[in-house]
Design a protein around this ligand. Structure first.
Ligand SMILES: Nc1nc2c(c(=O)[nH]1)N[C@H]1C(S)=C(S)[C@@H](COP(=O)(O)OP(=O)(O)OC[C@H]3O[C@@H](n4cnc5c(N)ncnc54)[C@H](O)[C@@H]3O)O[C@H]1N2
Ligand code: MOO
Length: 401
């Protein structure tokens, strides 16, 4: 059995980011930028007013003075003349500041009358002027490659005058649930049947990570069905299977894929839940074989499928997003398997936030999993801990799952 860390390393080392495609700006949200976005203009393009008021010479705009208003500069209609001594030009937010002016007299600090305006508050030089290039200059890098685009990044790219964005293709992940006993949700349930929760749970995880899930029809415990699914997966960036990973005589994933070109990298890791994890390749297509127990499938999804999706999406490698938390209950010592306990984030009697592991940690219990806020990490051979100790946890909300 290899360690969780080694397994992650081997998975990530064998994956490469998906190639790039060009998408319209509006479809760029949540995609990963493949090349930097560079400003195609300077912003603001000229010195502009930040307020509605009057463009003035600060030296003349002292309290009590009256200035002659010689024109107007609404946004989009620059005033072509110059602001001379004792003069003012009516100006609106966003409009270029005319030649000669070095400050804006706020409308609220002025009284207009006839062809003049009275200054009610002395204006400081430079006041309410946004200088050209204050935000960015043509040629500046606005968004770095390898960043998942937020709504704010889309706004910045738009301001930089980009209608299209180069992004990595979203990884397509084929998901195959195996097992004679497994039926799709909503179908008639034969005696001994189990409804497949794993495929749709993993599809939601893939979506949350920015990938495109392709849920394949369920394959029974026979070589033909699993092999046919393998062929369907060749157009995807990865095949993820659930079930059939362990040592039972019906645990067929590896033997069924072998005639289709499957080569194993590793099988079994020192982890709980999720010991019988499979990693290999079907010719060019990476294969991640997750255990059938639903909690094991999801926890392995968090630990291995999630980082794999990040790498395929073009994001830089990042460690598991662990945060430190105060333990809300005593824990026994751990054995040699790294453990990920289902846990809730709660508030204790003193008002402190604490992490409390669920009392039942069975890897078949989906209700406990769905009620958990976090996975509490216990390293191999971790000593017994008392409530109040500090422990590493993965907040499931950080992953959007
Ligand atoms: N003798 C041993 N038995 C088992 C071992 C072991 O080391 N020695 N490992 C156990 C562990 S740990 C796990 S985890 C499971 C995983 O086994 P498989 O990956 O082969 O999974 P299956 O046997 O096919 O199914 C296990 C369990 O999960 C249910 N299942 C399967 N697929 C789905 C699905 N799509 N949705 C919901 N539930 C599913 C299935 O009905 C079984 O109840 O093996 C232990 N055994
Ligand atoms: O890990 Mo099994 O994955 O312990 O239930």
């Amino acid at each position: 059995m290899i360690s969780v860390e080694e397994a992650r390393g081997r998975i990530l080392d064998s994956l490469a980011p998906c190639g790039a495609e060009t998408v319209p700006l509006a479809e760029g949200w949540n995609r990963v930028l493949a090349r930097p976005v560079t400003a195609r203009l300077t912003q603001p393009p000229a010195d502009v007013s930040a307020m509605d008021g009057y463009a003035v010479r600060a030296a003349d705009a002292v309290e009590g003075a009256t200035l002659a208003v010689t024109g107007a500069a609404p946004a989009g209609h620059p005033f072509r003349g110059e602001v001379g001594p004792g003069e003012a030009v009516r100006i609106f937010t966003g409009a270029p500041v005319p030649e000669g002016a070095d400050a804006i007299l706020l409308q609220e600090d002025a009284t207009a009358g006839g062809n003049g305006v009275r200054v009610n508050e002395t204006v400081r030089p430079d006041r309410w002027i946004r200088r050209a290039g204050m935000d960015f200059r043509a040629g500046d890098t606005l968004v770095e490659a390898g960043r998942r685009l937020s709504a704010r990044d889309i706004g910045l790219a738009a301001a930089g005058n980009h209608a299209w964005l180069p992004v990595h293709r979203a990884p397509r992940i084929a998901i195959l649930a195996t097992g004679d006993e497994i039926v799709l949700p909503g179908e008639p349930l034969p005696a001994g049947g189990i409804v497949s929760s794993n495929a749709h749970m993993l599809a939601a995880l893939v979506r949350a990570a920015g990938g495109v899930p392709v849920v394949l029809p369920i394959a029974g415990d026979n070589h033909e069905a699993i092999g046919a699914a393998a062929e369907a997966a060749r157009r995807c960036e990865m095949l993820v299977t659930t079930g059939g990973a362990s040592v039972g005589e019906h645990d067929l994933v590896q033997s069924a894929l072998a005639p289709h070109g499957f080569t194993l990298d590793f099988w079994k890791i020192a982890m709980r839940p999720g010991k019988p994890l499979i990693w290999g390749r079907l010719d060019g297509t990476p294969v991640l074989g997750l255990p059938g127990n639903p909690v094991s499938a999801l926890v392995c999804g968090v630990l291995f499928l999630w980082p794999a999706l990040m790498k395929l999406s073009g994001l830089p490698a990042a460690p598991l997003p662990l945060r430190m938390a105060r333990l809300g209950a005593d824990l026994p010592e751990n054995d040699r398997r790294e453990e990920y306990m289902r846990a809730r984030l709660e508030t204790d009697a003193e008002g402190r936030s604490v992490v409390v592991p669920a009392t039942r940690q069975d890897s078949a219990m989906l209700r406990v999993l769905a009620g958990a806020d976090a996975l509490l990490q216990r390293p191999p051979h971790a000593p017994a801990l008392q409530a109040g100790a500090t422990v590493p946890v993965v907040h499931l909300a950080d992953l959007g799952i």
